[in-house]
Ligand binder design. Structure first.
Ligand code: UD1
Ligand code: UDP
Length: 360
């Protein structure tokens, strides 16, 4: 069986790495097609280097652009490669424009599609990711649901049960494989002059938050108030998109420590030693839960409801008052919850399912 792995952004590289590692271990016939959606060194190559991933066979170098422009370029680029390579299966992960275009190109060529992290729903169609994940799921033949909840969502949308496999989330594999290495090799906490459990970590990059002047202003005001109230350093490794918007809107948060986007080991170290995380990232909500670090999500909804149910996460929205109150609330909560995202063997399970053709 010949497999094409299609990826294009930071979280896809990190979360597909356990699947790639398993394919390598079994010496399967596969290749990586990078769309080039992310191209800055610290959003892309650094993860290939650090996670020791094999080189990509193709890079479409599509870069940034409007949704239609980016998705369209990926669609035509992927189609060309798939026609040349003629794989039996395309594997995608998550909810970006890269994976929607990858899934669509493949399904139209009658190539089977496997979607890692299937069945997540925020029920907010204003998010580009929600459209991407719904359409990708409905193009797929193998749907790798991270939780029972995700599996139930897919069944509820009429996807035949024999196509759905509950595997856990590969982010657990990525953390289990890398946390100790990260702790041993990175010194991000001390390099920033921070002390374990005496700082808050922030990531904010969602389009609906940073492209909207009022929402981004409100979030930064809330974070400034959190830093002041708790007299605690707040470190924000900032995505280039958010940095650009901050400049466009002339926003200057007074109390936040801004840093460049981090490599995975540094970020894991910083995250696991943080007293609390404030984020709008999907992956960071999961990681905080797995690392037993309390999380305040600066959104009105989440496609990771398992984190709310186990008590690791709370939705604060973007009002400064709520950000402050919800931070207080989470700091008073006991960090005792169990990880709902699986046993760290998702990568192995996914590859076994594909290779054994357990598919209806
Ligand atoms: C994309 C995904 C989002 C995911 C995020 C992971 C979509 C619709 N969005 O958002 O779901 O959470 O990746 O980080 O697919 N830029 C750079 N260097 C890069 C890439 C982007 O500077 O390597 C800047 C450019 O100014 C670009 C902007 O970031 O215009 C947005 O990039 P884009 O890929 O469109 O979306 P992300 O915000 O990265
Ligand atoms: N991450 C990282 N460096 C950073 C910020 C995040 O390595 O400076 C990692 C983080 O550990 C997680 C992933 O990037 O695994 C999350 O990606 P992101 O927030 O960009 O996307 P999302 O998960 O929201 O799609």
């Amino acid at each position: 069986m010949k497999i094409a792995i299609i990826l294009g952004t930071r979280p896809e590289i990190i979360k597909m790495a356990p699947v790639i590692r398993e394919l390598e271990k079994r010496q399967e016939n596969y290749f990586i097609l990078h769309t080039g959606q992310h191209y800055s060194y610290n959003l892309d190559k650094v993860f290939f280097e650090q996670l020791r991933l094999p080189a990509t066979r193709y890079n479409l170098e599509v870069g940034s652009g409007s949704h239609a422009e980016q998705t369209g370029k990926i669609l035509t680029g992927v189609e060309k490669v798939l026609q040349e390579e003629n794989p039996d299966l395309v594997l995608i992960e998550g909810d970006t424009n890269s994976i929607l275009a990858g899934a669509l190109a493949a399904v139209k060529l009658h190539i089977k599609v496997g979607h890692v992290e299937a069945g997540l729903r925020s029920y907010d169609r204003n998010m580009p990711e929600e459209i991407n994940r719904i359409l990708a799921d409905h193009c797929s033949d193998f749907l790798f649901a991270p939780t029972e909840k995700a599996k139930a969502i897919l069944k509820g949308e009429g996807i035949p049960e024999e196509k759905i496999f509950m595997t856990g989330n590969t982010i657990v594999d990525a953390i289990y494989e890398n946390l100790e290495i990260a702790r041993g090799s990175a010194n991000a906490v001390s390099a920033l002059g921070l002390k374990p459990k005496q700082y808050f970590l922030v990531t904010i990059h969602r389009q609906e938050n940073v492209d909207n002047r009022a929402r981004f202003t409100s979030i930064l005001e809330g974070l400034d108030r959190v830093a002041a109230e708790f007299e605690t350093p707040v470190i924000y490794p900032i995505h280039p998109h958010s940095r650009k918007r901050m400049a466009d809107f002339s926003l200057q948060p007074r109390r936040l420590m801004l840093a460049e986007p981090m490599d995975f080991f540094s970020f894991l170290q910083l995250e696991s030693s943080a007293r609390l995380v404030l984020t709008d990232s999907g992956g960071v909500q999961e990681e905080a839960c797995i690392l037993t670090v309390p999380c305040v999500t600066l959104r009105d909804n989440t496609e990771r409801p398992e984190t709310l149910e186990v008590g690791s996460n709370i939705l604060a929205g973007v009002s400064p008052d709520k950000i402050l109150n919800h931070t207080r609330l989470m700091l008073n909560r006991e960090n005792k919850w169990s990880n709902p995202f699986g046993d760290g063997k998702a990568g192995k399970k996914i590859v076994s399912i594909i290779m054994e053709g357990k598919h209806g």
